[in-house]
Design a protein around this ligand. Sequence first.
Ligand code: UDP
Length: 496
Amino acid sequence: MGEQHHIVMLPFMAQGHLIPFLALANQIHKRFGFTITIATTPLNVRYLTAAIANNSTKSSKINVHELPFNSCDHGLPPNTENTEALPLNQIINLFHASTSLEIPFRGLIDDIIIRDGSPPLCIISDVFMGWANDVAKSYGTLNVTFTGGAYGTTAYTSIWQHLPHRLTKNDEFNLPGYPDSCRFHITQMHRFLRAADGTDSWSRFFQPQIGYSLKSFGWLCNTAEEIEPFGLDVFRKYTKAPVWCIGPLIPPSMLNRNSSSRVIEQHAGRKPGISPEKCLQWLDLHSQNSILYISFGSQNTISASQMMALAHGLEDSKRPFIWVIRPPIGFNLRGEFKSEWLPTGFEERISKDNQGLLVKDWAPQLDVLCHKSTGAFMSHCGWNSIMESLSQGVPMIGWPLAAEQGYNAKMLVEEMGVCVEITRGVQSNISRDEVKKVIETAMGKGDKAKEMKKQAEEIGELIRAAMSEEGNKRGSSYKAMDDFVTALVSNGKGLA
Ligand code: UDP
């Protein structure tokens, strides 16, 4: 594999997609020395460039290529190139707008052909950028789709392809690809998917894009073979294509439990609302496994009434917590946080005795999860958050909100036994008592908490073993990356 190969990557424009794509680029470049070009819109190029600059290995060999994009041409607010500040009902415009990148993306491939003398070895694209499959075919190269977990990806793709909930009046339904014993529930889907009938704007984007992705040469999953055997079995049968589990691609310092480095590199290129050092100092004040960390990912928030109930329940629980807080649904997510969204005097009370730390908008999540004081993670169950948490043996309280999060939570509860769900979505009512109760279940002295912790620790071990790079202890994810690159190179030769 001595040749200088070139791989082009095409992530969807969302923080939770840019982060693993950059990690994948770093990994392939570091292991095989290939040239990697990540193509995205100007604002997302800035995030990637900032994340690369923060990275201790300074992966200067990762090229980041700007694809011109003007959000106003697509009915989006000015300078909107990422899901982060968009309300859910406008996100669909960003999805449709992403297909306009095909023309400049083809221009990039043309330029590469002129420079390198041949098309790239492969285009690795996001499951939402299915059109890349056509581009790859027309240039005589391969397209591979990169996704998160196998269980959630199968459920998400199968639901979009078949809309099985439309065929029944029941709230529960079977899903093609899954055995009949594995039933799905309408509340695990977000409201636009529930309403989808194949003709609406959401279906018109997701059905074809997912369909094209299912025609790709194979799939890279940001998961480890050993942690979701059932999910991988259904995924392989569903896609009928090669699947390489090469993850979870989290910073190496998170995988080394004896690492002396205190602050983990910032992986997102977004400025946290508190410095990692201050956050660590606060965590140091607390005892082992005592803190509940609460975050709904890079772009989500909850409703105003849920926020109130969560705040009251946290206070009632008397447990210490770090809460990444954003304005509730219906308000500008990037706007100022108003104290009226929380109970009167809440912030003063929780800071007086260090019970709670509110972090506005963005936290140094990896530092929090790696700290020994962190005992559980209340999460929207985005795939990156799940992997980051379980790699540290931290069990979860699931509050899925959108995308494939409901199915991820189902797997965490039913297959892994590392999670209890508090509620689903932003329209549900929760009470302060329910909040207190679920925290007690996950973090108290009862059997459930002990069992979840034990399972999370075991999965953490499996993750570390799968990612091991050490000589004769090389793990399954390390080897899968070799297999993937071998398949690309041998197929590339076949095509030439
Ligand atoms: N993240 C972070 N700080 C925050 C919120 C999120 O660093 O305050 C990172 C988190 O570590 C993860 C990513 O953003 O890598 C979120 O990805 P995930 O798949 O969990 O959710 P998404 O944002 O895609 O819904």
